[in-house]
Design a binder for this molecule. Sequence first.
Ligand SMILES: [Zn+2]
Length: 73
Amino acid sequence: MTISIGTLIGLLAIWPMAVILALWLFDEFRLRKRPFVPSKKEMVVCEICLHKFFCDKDSIINKCPQCGSLNKR
Ligand SMILES: [Zn+2]
């Protein structure tokens, strides 16, 4: 079996690209599995002043930091 110099150069050039592609796909798959922002906070819009703020996902009533009114979720 003989391998031409062109084939050898081609294989040597493709090999690093294959490694990079494999790492990229692996990283992409790893990122898909977990949520983009791992947080227990949720964004809420105040019903009175339309101010946006973050609050706990578990809480039922949230106090707006700008106008002080209570918002029910
Ligand atoms: Zn408000």
